[in-house]
Design a protein around this ligand. Structure first.
Ligand code: ADP
Length: 400
């Protein structure tokens, strides 16, 4: 394969603990050449699914003992002879060290490694993807793009916890925020749709996928967000609890004999919509069951909406005004029911749902899903984290 830079396609890798998601994109046109997913890596059911556009996806089994490096080798092999500008990696935690995307070198690898205690499941998997590409294609330039970097503009009043100072100075205990790759993509798209410069806008963006968070964006930069030290803080999510009283840890330890690890595990994987609804972690199933009279699902939906509306209103207090509330990701882009329920709680901000535009996901109205109002509006803006990573990669590889 020829290795060139410039406007050649970029390989985007999101290497997780048991899966590797990938996409080959043209960063200029935003077109996807192919994408896919290696699932259940390390188990006998490991499989690789690739979609080469416009063809339908095809799947092939992976050997049971395939390592992440084997998977990356297979992905690189399946790219064929197309020129490749470089590889862009999603890295979950950049701590306080990374405020923007960077070209990968030995120092960057060491610094990502030093953030492992902050993201013990994610950063090692992300690093393994970077190291696999290095080993297989030593000459291919690589870029690391961080979920936390966008939020490094938060002021101390938003990022410090009211806890003993040495927890911060010695252990980095502070709020970092996540999902920043999505927010960085959505911000300029929202400004474009509003026809106003981003540096004059006050936005709240709600990224509602399996993980959910919201951010307050003032003049283009993050000033507060709902996720914290880890992606567990804040909103109710598919299987994550979001905020709980930290007193719960001691209470459950004394009363139910649970360890910190057990409680943390349950809060991450068996809580959220899954725990409350009893029908699953997927908002589609929850809202359908709620509509059919399922009481637990109704409660899950109501708690999700209550906490989301409360968080959005709270974030507005860090802006002097709200110009637009933006919905994005799986739930945000596709659920008129959730959006209408949240907007019904936010009328005092000048937001009144436009039912037809909301049902149409704002497609015919330039994203707008509320009644026209010069004070504030709500928009649907589809996100594209892979394209954001590909663009950062191409930008950092371009000759200065
Ligand atoms: P991830 O965070 O894994 O990228 P997504 O952004 O794809 O996840 O979001 C997944 C969530 O979006 C799930 O809760 C799913 O039920 C929800 N979702 C997708 N389509 C719809 C829909 N039409 N109505 C309601 N929820 C939806």
């Amino acid at each position: 394969m020829t290795q060139t830079s410039g406007s050649d396609p970029v390989l985007v890798l999101n290497s997780g603990s048991s899966s590797v998601k990938f996409a080959l994109l043209d960063p200029g046109r935003g077109e996807r050449v192919l994408d896919g997913l290696a699932e259940r890596v390390g188990t006998p059911d490991a499989a690789l699914r690739i979609r080469r556009y416009p063809a339908e996806p095809v799947s092939e089994p992976l050997p049971a003992g395939a390592t992440r490096r084997d998977v990356v080798a297979k992905i690189l092999d399946r790219l064929g002879d197309a020129p490749l500008a470089g590889a862009g990696h999603r890295v979950v935690h950049g701590g306080e060290r990374f405020t923007a995307s960077v070209l990968v070198d030995d120092d960057v690898i060491d610094d990502i490694r030093s953030c492992i205690p902050l993201a013990p499941l994610h950063n090692p998997a992300n690093l393994a993807g970077i190291e696999a590409v290095r080993a297989i294609r030593p000459g291919l330039p690589q870029v690391a793009v961080f979920d936390t970097a966008f939020h490094q503009t938060m002021p101390p009043s938003a990022y410090r916890y009211a806890v003993p100072g040495e927890w911060y100075s010695a252990h980095g205990v502070r709020r970092y925020g996540f999902q920043g790759i999505s927010y960085r993509y959505v911000c300029p798209r929202a400004a474009e749709l509003l026809g106003r410069p981003l540096h004059d806008l006050r936005l709240v963006i709600a990224h509602l996928g399996n993980g959910c968070s919201a951010v307050a964006v003032r003049d283009g930069v993050s000033v507060d967000t709902t996720m914290g030290l880890t992606p567990l803080e804040g909103l109710v999510m598919g299987s994550r609890s979001g905020d709980v009283d930290p007193g719960m840890f001691g209470y459950l330890a004394a009363r139910a004999g649970l360890t910190v690890e057990q409680i943390t595990g349950e809060l991450n994987t068996r809580s959220g919509l899954l725990a409350l609804s009893g029908v699953g972690n997927d908002m589609r199933s929850v809202q359908d069951a709620a509509a059919g009279g399922h009481e637990q699902a109704r409660l899950a939906f109501d708690v999700f909406v209550h906490r989301l509306a409360k968080a959005i209103a709270g974030l507005v207090t860090t802006l002097d005004r709200l110009d637009a509330l933006v919905f994005t990701a799986g739930i945000g882009e596709n659920s008129p029911v959730v959006r209408a329920a949240v907007l019904a709680r936010l009328g005092f901000l000048g937001l009144t749902v436009d039912p037809a535009a909301n049902a149409d996901h704002g497609r015919a109205t330039g994203g707008r899903i509320t009644q026209p109002n010069p004070r504030a509006q709500a928009l649907v803006v589809p996100t594209d984290e892979e394209l954001m990573i590909a663009r950062d990669t191409a930008r950092l590889l371009a000759p200065a």
